[in-house]
Design a protein around this ligand. Structure first.
Ligand code: IPM
Ligand code: MN
Length: 368
C-alpha cells in the first residue's frame, strides 16, 4: 500500500514522540511491503512562531489531502501570554477535517494498575470507549464574544446542537457498541439544558434502529460519579463536545497511565482507500516540563498510530503488531519515567523505542 501521511509534531514533547513513532511506522511498513510517505507540517505553537498562525494554510491543505494525520501535542506556557493560541489551530483543524467523532478507549493495562488512584478491584473488567462529539456544541456555537452589558464586561459562549449532528455521532456510537458488549450510555444534562433535551430525544430515536443495543441515559454529574464508582459497567459512552472533554480526562486518569492512551478523531469524508480520513493523537498534552529531555513516553502516540492503521487504512494486522509489541514491552517490565513505580528503573525514549523494535522483530520472526 502506498500511503500519504501528514505528521504534526507540534509543541513540547510532541516532536520527540512523533519522531520515534514515525520511525517505528517505517519499520512496520517495511515488514509488510508498504510505503508510508510522511510529510511534517508546522502546527500549534511552533506554527505561530514561524508563520503567525497555529494552522497555516499550507498545513491545512496538506491535512485535507492526506490519507490520515498523526499529531503529537500542542500548547505550552510560551503561548499563554495573549495573542493567537495553539489550541485554536486544533479546533480549526477538527472543524475543517469534519472530525465529528473523537474515540477515546479506556482500557487499563494490567501491568500498570498499581499506578491508578482507584483500588485495584475497581479496575477489574474496565474496558470502555468514549465517543465524544467533536465539531459542535459550546466549542463552536455563535455568538462567542465579549460585550458590554449594563456597563459590565460580559462574555458569551453558545451551546448549540442540531438533530443531524447528534444523529451522526450517536449512530456511529451505536455501530461501535454493536461490535463490543452492546451497551451504550448517552451522557447529557437534560434536566437543565435544551441542547441536552434535543440530544436525548435524538439518541432515543436513533436507538429504534439498534434494538440489540441496550441504551442508558445518564446526567453528566452522575456520570462523573459512576466513572469512579462503577467504571466496569460502561461499554460505549456517547456525549457532547464539552462533556466529553471533561469526562475523558477523568476516565483516562483512572487507568493510572494517561501517557499510554491513544485517541482517534474520525472524519466525515473518506480517503483514497474508502476509509474515513482521521486525526490520531495521544490523549496527554505537550508536557513542557520534560520537553527536550528525551524521556517522554511514546506509547500514547504509538498506539494512536496503530489506530490510524486500523481506522484510516484498514491495516488490522499491522495495527495489532504495534499493539502487541507495546504490550510485550510493558509485560517485560520496561517503563518510561512517567509510568515507572517509585524506585523502579526507567528507560529514556530511545531506549524504550529499541525495546519496541526488538518486540516487532521477535513477533514477525515468530509468525513467519
Ligand atoms: C482535548 C484538549 C482540547 C479540547 C484543547 C487543547 C483545545 O483538551 O483534545 O481534549 O479541549 O478539546
Ligand atoms: Mn481535553
Amino acid at each position: 500500500m502506498n500511503v500519504n501521511l501528514v505528521l504534526l509534531p507540534g509543541d513540547g514533547i510532541g516532536p520527540e514522540i512523533v519522531k520515534v513513532t514515525a520511525e517505528l511506522l517505517t519499520l512496520v511498513a517495511q515488514k509488510f511491503g508498504h510505503e508510508f510517505k510522511m510529510e511534517s507540517c508546522h502546527f500549534g505553537g511552533i506554527a505561530i512562531d514561524v508563520t503567525g498562525s497555529p494552522l497555516p494554510e499550507e498545513t491545512l491543505k496538506a491535512c485535507l489531502a492526506a490519507d490520515a494525520v498523526l499529531l503529537g501535542a500542542v500548547g505550552g506556557p510560551k503561548w499563554d501570554q495573549g495573542g493567537p493560541r495553539p489550541e485554536a489551530g486544533l479546533l480549526g483543524l477538527r472543524k475543517q477535517m469534519q472530525l465529528f467523532a473523537n474515540l477515546r478507549p479506556i482500557l487499563p493495562n494490567p501491568e500498570l494498575v498499581s499506578a491508578s488512584p482507584l483500588r485495584p478491584e475497581r479496575l477489574v473488567g474496565v474496558d470502555f470507549l468514549v465517543v465524544r462529539e467533536l465539531t459542535g456544541g459550546i466549542y463552536f456555537g455563535e455568538p462567542k464574544e465579549r460585550r458590554q452589558v449594563n456597563g459590565l464586561e460580559t462574555a458569551v459562549d453558545t451551546m448549540v446542537y442540531n438533530t443531524a449532528e447528534v444523529e451522526r455521532v450517536s449512530r456511529y456510537a451505536f455501530e461501535l457498541a454493536r461490535t463490543r458488549r452492546k451497551k451504550l450510555t448517552s451522557v447529557d444534562k437534560a434536566n437543565v439544558l435544551e441542547t441536552s433535551r434535543l440530544w436525548r430525544e435524538t439518541v432515543k430515536r436513533v436507538a429504534v434502529d439498534y434494538p440489540d443495543v441496550t441504551l442508558e441515559h445518564l446526567l453528566v454529574d452522575a456520570a462523573a460519579m459512576h466513572l469512579i464508582t462503577r467504571p466496569a459497567s460502561f461499554d460505549v459512552i456517547v456525549t457532547s463536545n464539552m462533556f466529553g472533554d471533561i469526562l475523558t480526562d477523568e476516565a483516562s486518569v483512572i487507568t493510572g497511565s494517561i501517557g499510554n492512551l491513544p485517541s482517534a478523531s474520525i472524519g466525515a469524508d473518506k480517503n483514497r482507500f474508502g476509509f474515513p480520513r482521521g486525526l490520531y493523537e495521544p490523549i496527554h498534552g505537550s508536557a513542557p516540563d520534560i520537553a527536550g529531555k528525551g524521556i517522554a513516553n511514546p506509547v500514547g502516540t504509538l498506539l494512536s498510530a496503530a489506530s490510524l492503521l486500523r481506522f484510516s487504512l484498514g491495516l488490522e494486522e499491522e495495527a495489532v503488531l504495534i499493539e502487541k509489541a507495546v504490550d510485550e514491552t510493558l509485560k517485560a517490565g520496561y517503563r518510561t519515567a512517567d509510568t515507572a513505580a517509585s524506585g523502579q528503573a526507567s528507560l529514556n525514549t530511545q531506549q524504550f523505542k529499541a525495546k519496541i523494535e526488538e518486540q516487532i522483530e521477535r513477533i514477525m520472526a515468530k509468525t513467519k
